[in-house]
Design a protein around this ligand. Structure first.
Ligand code: 7TS
Length: 410
């Protein structure tokens, strides 16, 4: 275990981790890839906001409205700093990663993609970084070209080189796979994409919560992520984009707050980032997001990723001990804290159900990455995923649980 994370104190920050799933069976939460648990500081920040400062933002001069606005904008500032954005104007609040990607596909995509243009995605994307591009390609008669995944669960970079010769307009890829855990070489890919003048959209849903991410060295033009996977609440996410790109993009949704001036015949759009934030936003959620950022900053993202590196290395070693278990994706040193696996002769849903009787929460299914599962000839996998609060003892409970599953299916 890393010195830098004090696990027993840290675990006490998350009320749900003290829960027993049934009497005497404590929760082992191994589903943080789907959504993370929330520390008390986040829950309390949202609670306090509603108890003490609730008001609509940007529209009032009264004290509560000013407090609410300061909290909402203060969180944006901290998020900007967290990903080293050049300005808080580059942080657009959305509902989640999915909406952030859709925003780019609608706004940038509909203004810039023409018939015959090439849009690049990869075979390891979550559906939210596939479907918006399929919709755009169908509408514009553009071509969707896919970077394949190797047997080891990495992107096939030599195929990417030949795809670049098609002169793509945008390359959309995940920073970290939610199934294989693969951490993609975004900076290297972005450099090559930029050399042919393609933009790069990075799905950071799994990287921003788990790794230090610096938008000034990442190489991306757009980065999408969700608060709920990084100790924050559901209902809020971020689209980060380079300011000059966001400035040039038409608005996405029309309504209040995104305008500077409206007459009955026309409107003038507001400045960034408000241009993309139509209507009353998720204010309490922004407050919770800010508290989540503070929490992760105080834990230290280097310590968080170091801890997860140790846990995944330990988990892969232990899982490999279990006869019939196969884990997908690269070796521990090339991936984040995600282990998608199968167990010979047992359906992943049965694995998840039996583990649940022992208090162990894992996910089973295609994890919103059906094309990737098809690539490996799998209808489904079981998936254990780790975050800053997981321990090696929890990995041991998972492995004991798998031996129990084997016994039941022997
Ligand atoms: N991209 C990746 C890489 C993801 O892992 C997810 C969610 C999303 C996008 C979508 O995020 P949302 O917040 O907009 O829903 N992944 C998962 C998962 O693996 N299991 O449940 C949700």
């Amino acid at each position: 275990m890393t010195d830098s994370l004090d696990l027993s104190n840290l675990r006490a920050d998350f009320p749900v981790l003290a829960r027993e799933i049934k009497p005497g069976v404590p929760l082992v939460y191994l589903d943080s890839t789907a959504t993370s648990q929330k520390p008390a500081a986040v829950i309390e920040a949202m609670n306090n906001y509603y108890r003490l400062s609730n008001a609509n933002i940007h529209r009032g001069v009264h004290t509560l409205a000013e407090e609410a606005t300061a909290l909402y904008e203060g969180a944006r500032e901290r998020i900007a700093k967290f990903i080293n954005a050049k300005s808080a104007q580059e942080i657009v609040y959305t509902r989640n990663t999915t909406e952030s990607i859709n925003l780019v596909a609608y706004s940038w995509g509909r203004a810039n993609i023409k018939a015959g243009d090439v849009i690049v995605i990869t075979e390891m994307e979550h559906h939210s970084n596939i479907v918006p591009w399929q919709m755009l390609a169908a509408e514009k008669n553009a071509r969707l070209v896919v970077i394949p995944v190797t047997d080891d669960g990495e992107l096939n970079l030599s195929r990417f080189e030949s795809i670049l010769e098609m002169g793509p307009k945008i390359v959309c890829l995940t920073h970290m796979s939610n199934v294989l855990g693969t951490i993609n070489p975004v900076a290297q890919i972005a450099e090559k994409a930029h050399a042919v003048r393609a933009l790069v959209l990075v799905d950071g849903a799994q990287s921003v919560p788990h790794l230090p991410v610096d938008t000034q060295s990442l190489g991306a033009d757009f980065l999408a992520f969700s608060a709920h996977k990084m100790c924050g609440p559901t209902g809020i996410g971020v689209l980060w984009g380079r300011k000059e790109l966001l400035e040039a993009m038409p608005p996405f949704l029309g309504g209040g707050d995104m305008i500077r001036r409206v007459t009955l015949t026309e409107f003038r759009v507001n400045d960034l980032p408000h241009k993309f934030e139509a209507g009353t936003p998720a204010i309490a959620e922004a407050v919770g997001f800010g508290a989540a950022i503070d929490y992760l900053v105080s834990a230290g993202m280097g310590a968080v990723s170091g801890h997860e590196r140790e846990i995944i290395a330990y988990a892969l070693d232990r899982l490999e001990e279990v006869p019939g278990v196969k884990v997908y994706g690269p070796r521990a040193e090339r991936k984040g804290g995600v282990a998608a696996f199968t167990l010979d002769g047992v359906h992943p849903h049965d694995i998840a159900q039996i583990l649940d009787t022992r208090g162990i929460a894992v996910r089973a299914g295609h994890h919103c990455a059906m094309p990737l599962h098809e690539r490996f000839g799998l209808p489904a996998t079981a998936r254990a995923s780790f975050y800053l609060y997981n321990t090696q003892a929890e990995v041991d409970r998972l492995v004991d649980g798998l031996y129990e599953v084997k016994k039941l299916f022997a």
